[in-house]
Design a protein around this ligand. Sequence first.
Ligand code: NDP
Length: 451
Amino acid sequence: MEKQVQKYVEDFMANLKAKNPGEKEFHQAVQEVVESLAPYILENPQLQKMKIMERMTEPERVVMFRVPWLNDKGEVEINKGYRVQMNSAIGPYKGGIRFHSSVNLSILKFLAFEQTFKNSLTTLPMGGGKGGSDFNPKGKSDNEVMKFCQSFMTELQRHIGQDTDVPAGDIGVGGREIGFMFGQYKRLRNEFTGTLTGKGLGWGGSPLRPEATGYGTCYFAQEMLATRGDSFKGKTVVISGSGNVAQYATQKATQLGAKVVTLSDSNGYIYDADGIDADKLAYVMELKNVFRGRIKEYVEKYPKAQYFEGQRPWGVKCDIAMPCATQNELNGEEAATLVKNGCICVAEGANMPSTPEAIETFQKNGLLYSPGKASNAGGVATSGLEMTQNSMRLKWSPEEVDAKLHSIMKDIHAACVKYGTEPSGYINYVKGANIAGFIKVANAMLAQGLV
Ligand code: NDP
């Protein structure tokens, strides 16, 4: 059986790479999934015969377009715009929009592919999609960001809709950008619907949507720790990133009794041995969300903290690590350092932040390790709850949404335990999340015929 599995994975990946040359992030995401699904697929010949996995790795549709706009100097700028509509077997396409200079088709296909599994895990009826642009919002004025968002949405609006495709935020797309895009969508389509999520609270947004990804990641980590009779209480936590996910992961981990000692951005990380408490976090939120500053400014405000230029925080001794910045930000060597320093739990807030070597190191050493598609699913789950509230034209209280988010994260954890527990008792969350997410989508695809 082992040989058969290996051959299936090798053949599948060779074919995928030949059809999608050079898309290394997409290859990496698919490889991880195919490795854990191969035994299940081989046991179910119908899945093989109907080429479910082959179909799941071919987007239903990819839209690529030109985004022209004028900067503040009156000069013409051109960016690339994309929407990858990956899979709509269980609901309308759903997934974020990323604005970052690194955005390309490979990154968006990996994200849309992961999103399909993640959305299935949430138990809500949402398909998988992802979009974005190589536009870099850093250093741009509000006016430039608005002009770009309007031009981007002028084309994107043809391809989305509340029953078709519902985008949200991601790296570089927060409340400001969602506002500008929603405004333009509403103007062009002459409708006020829930086509974008992550909207402001006063105009269709859900309570707790900004908090949901970071909070959900902590709720998931709480469940993992509980399997070993442990909790966040008294733990030292290392977090990367300082954007939406990192900020609210810091807030929740602190509320749960842990001490968060690091945050980072693409230039370096800060280490605060005393912990980033509520007041310090409020400063970070203002620095990042209002003044759009750099994390190194933290040490000017709190001189007892230290800043490490050009470095990532994984060398800092901790009990729990939460990568919340971007893909492939934690490699095998850094994983070995975390293990050596006594880390017991790694909960991913970002998408695919750990390299395959890092994942192998965590699993070999028996750490509690959750892939982003399971532990960061609280964001899209709450987007799903925003869609529900929009359709019903009412708003739930923060407590109601938090209770629903908490229970969804517990359900995702239970699904991972069900499908990922190995004979040794070790919970392989990668395998659990991949199989649980896959079954629902695969069954829907089988039922819907060859589409
Ligand atoms: P933000 O744009 O709010 O923050 C991103 C953070 O990551 C910033 O601190 C940024 O630093 C840092 N970062 C980005 N790119 C790099 C890089 N190449 N190297 C080092 N640091 C980098 O994004 P989010 O917090 O929303 O997203 C973070 C991660 O979480 C992403 O992987 C995203 O896909 C994932 N995610 C987000 C969800 C959400 O609801 N927002 C939902 C599920 C997953 P800098 O300012 O220097 O760029």
